[in-house]
Design a protein around this ligand. Structure first.
Ligand SMILES: C[S@@+](CC[C@H](N)C(=O)[O-])C[C@H]1O[C@@H](n2cnc3c(N)ncnc32)[C@H](O)[C@@H]1O
Length: 287
């Protein structure tokens, strides 16, 4: 992961704050603001307060090299909260985003009920977990670029995510910033060892998540695209889109024959991904 010492860095949804602490200790950026969705009490009861205490002590110190701050109860989808921070960051990072589990069916319905538009038809339905995770990531990107990243700064947002299902079914590279001025410019392997002390946390429990292969995806605004590519010489390019010759929903192709295409379209994976895509399109049209 590229983190420049000259940058002001903001972390979002940083479970137990061990990632932010590792950035503080090992990268020493100009400024670090670490945010978590939980309140102090929730964070402490889930994970303990070791990293919170450590970072808060640093933020109290007057002689620190790094200007450091911790913000709790920070929901990246809530514009009132987002606007409480200043638009001064170069880089915003969300490690392993995932919407929290719902405590009851009622809470699930309250958070997922929506009116969606498919073509000219409007209907009320409950969004799938796939769509609400895409919505979280889309709002993270839009709110970061609109309200948190300095116009004259590096203008970068990173999302690290596991390279397995269900995360790869979010179509992270292409679906999140449709109809915006932002684009994903590629991905890099996320190497946990570059962040000593960092433990990837489960969304709701004090459980260390298994280390599976993960990627860090990079976004910038379209007009910065070419200039920012220079910062990431070893980046994986975006998956190729083949249009009619392949399947851009599943990132498959190019198909050699019509039969290959038909049998892909008849497969379970394609049907599932098509349903996710249709619901996502419906959400985008109605949002
Ligand atoms: C799988 S955990 C990963 C935690 C941490 N980033 C890490 O890498 O260990 C997903 C995190 O996303 C956070 N999250 C979910 N929705 C959020 C939101 N709307 N705003 C900020 N954080 C959110 C959760 O609080 C949780 O800490």
């Amino acid at each position: 992961m590229v983190i420049n010492k000259e940058w002001s860095v903001l972390t979002i949804g940083d479970g137990d704050l061990s990632f932010s602490r590792s950035i503080f200790d090992n990268y020493k950026p100009k400024k670090l603001t670490a945010t978590v969705l939980d309140s102090v009490n929730e964070l402490t009861s889930k994970y303990g307060s070791e990293h919170l205490d450590y970072l808060q002590k640093q933020s109290d110190g007057v002689l620190n090299e790094v200007d450091c701050q911790v913000v709790t109860e920070f929901d990246i989808t809530d514009l009132d909260k987002v606007r409480q921070l200043t638009q001064e960051y170069d880089l915003v990072i969300f490690q392993f985003p995932l919407v929290p589990n719902f405590s009851s069916q009622g809470e699930f319905q309250q958070h997922t009920k929506t009116r969606t538009q498919i073509g000219s038809q409007s209907s009320e339905q409950f969004l799938s977990i796939n769509t609400i995770n895409r919505r979280l990531l889309r709002l993270f990107l839009i709110n970061s670029f609109d309200c948190l990243l300095a116009q004259d700064g590096a203008q970068l947002a990173y999302i690290s995510s596991k390279d397995v299902k269900p995360y790869i079914e979010w179509d992270i590279e292409y679906s999140l910033t449709k109809e915006t001025e932002l684009s994903c410019i590629g991905s890099m392997e996320f190497i946990t060892e570059q962040f000593p002390g960092y433990k990837i946390r489960n969304v709701d429990r004090d459980k260390h998540v298994k280390d599976t292969a993960s990627l860090t995806y990079v976004w910038t605004s379209n007009h910065n695209r070419e200039a920012r590519l220079d910062l990431f010489p070893a980046m994986n390019p975006l998956p190729t889109l083949f249009g009619e010759l392949g399947c851009d929903i599943c990132h498959a192709g190019p198909f050699e024959t019509e039969q290959e295409k038909t049998s892909h379209q008849a497969g379970k994976k394609h049907k599932r991904m098509s349903e996710y895509e249709a619901q996502w399109q419906g959400y985008l049209q109605s949002s």
